[in-house]
Design a protein around this ligand. Structure first.
Ligand code: SF4
Length: 344
């Protein structure tokens, strides 16, 4: 790892020159420090465009102007015994959401067809719960090969906590990636969930990695955490070498413990995306849930640091119409691709 030249006394961490210089150092192999990452989150709004432009130089090196689309299906909704405070499907939530057990084969295949027809690179099968039951795991083992036979799609499974044996079974049936979010920092974790721990999540991610499956792991911003928690999460994801990082912005849902929590503004969300790009230069960075709500009219600017979005709806909240996303991408001069290198 290279050591960063110290910032000159006349430069602040967030001065115009230093964001671009820092991006250049990142492109030369430098790993940004926690202090530098923190300075991005705390930079002034007047520096925002420079910060985004610097982050874009990193994004452009590894992803060109491509955008990868993800499409998810909430394959099992609600009924979860866990208590994640942000989640409308938790045992603490009385939110008015659909509640159903694992979807049947035909519905999962319909979801895959929609994902493919809409130009998605990856179909994400998400189930609520602490971890998959044997019945659920077997259903996933049956459907994944069928999906991959029919469609040119990567499959990402988000099934909760996994044992090493369960992770191996997912690898064998053809799952390309497993999503399991860190969600926040280790020190803040107990504030958002008490039924499992940050360590439990890390162990699942290790099992996924050991099984030879790509790691998709990200988090949620806006749950009352400090800036330093967000930086710790970004650095932890760097340590985990997550291939894919979905960054959610809290969509506070009525009748959940975090209902009424409004701590974000669009500029801060963009700074967070830029910081994640600097810290994790080669990872896919996806603007995930809360994009429409929290970025508002600044959504398109998020594509300068990020190279991926979810298309359509989220787990229990609505996304904007796919055509609005296609238009946004096209108007920004970016192109949808199913692969990382097609348009670079
Ligand atoms: S995030 Fe997952 S584990 Fe936590 S309450 Fe929601 S469905 Fe359950």
């Amino acid at each position: 790892m290279q050591v960063a030249p110290a910032l000159r006394p006349t430069q602040t961490a967030g001065s115009h020159t230093s964001w671009h210089e820092l991006a250049q150092r990142v492109l030369d192999g430098y790993s940004v420090t926690a202090d530098e990452a923190l300075a991005m989150l705390r930079s002034g709004d007047e520096e925002l465009l420079d910060l985004l432009a610097a982050a874009y130089t990193i994004r452009r090196r590894y992803f060109g102007n491509t955008v990868q689309l993800y499409f998810l299906v909430n394959a099992k909704s609600g009924l979860c015994p866990e208590d994640c405070h942000y989640c409308s499907q938790s045992k603490l939530s009385t939110a008015d959401i659909p509640r159903y057990s694992l979807m049947k084969r035909d519905m999962l295949l319909d979801g895959a067809r929609t994902a493919f027809e809409r130009g998605s690179k990856t179909y994400c099968i998400v189930i609520s719960g602490r971890g998959p039951s044997e019945t659920e795991l077997r259903a996933v083992e049956r459907i994944v090969p069928e999906i991959k036979d029919r469609y040119e799609l990567k499959v990402c499974a988000c099934l909760g906590l996994l044992t090493p044996e369960q992770a191996r079974r997912l690898k064998i049936c053809g799952v390309d990636r497993v999503n399991h979010n860190l969600n926040t920092s280790e020190s803040y974790y107990s504030e958002i969930c008490e039924t499992h721990t940050y360590r439990d999540r890390i162990e699942t991610l290790r099992a996924v990695r050991d099984a030879g499956i790509e790691v998709c792991s990200g988090g949620i911003i806006g749950m009352g955490e400090a800036d330093t928690d967000i930086v710790q999460m970004a650095l932890a994801l760097r340590d985990l070498k997550a291939e894919s990082i979905p960054l959610n912005f809290l969509h506070p849902i009525d009748d959940t413990p975090l209902a009424g929590t409004h701590r974000l503004n669009p500029r801060y969300c963009l700074k967070a995306l830029a910081m994640f790009r600097f810290v994790n230069p080669t990872s896919e960075l996806r603007i995930a849930g809360g994009r429409e709500l929290q970025l508002g009219s600044l959504q398109p600017l998020g594509l300068y640091p990020a190279n991926s979005i979810f298309l359509g709806d989220y787990l229990t909240t609505k996304g904007q119409l796919p055509q609005a996303d296609y238009d946004m991408i096209e108007q920004m001069g970016f192109v949808v691709t199913r692969g990382a290198s097609e348009a670079i």
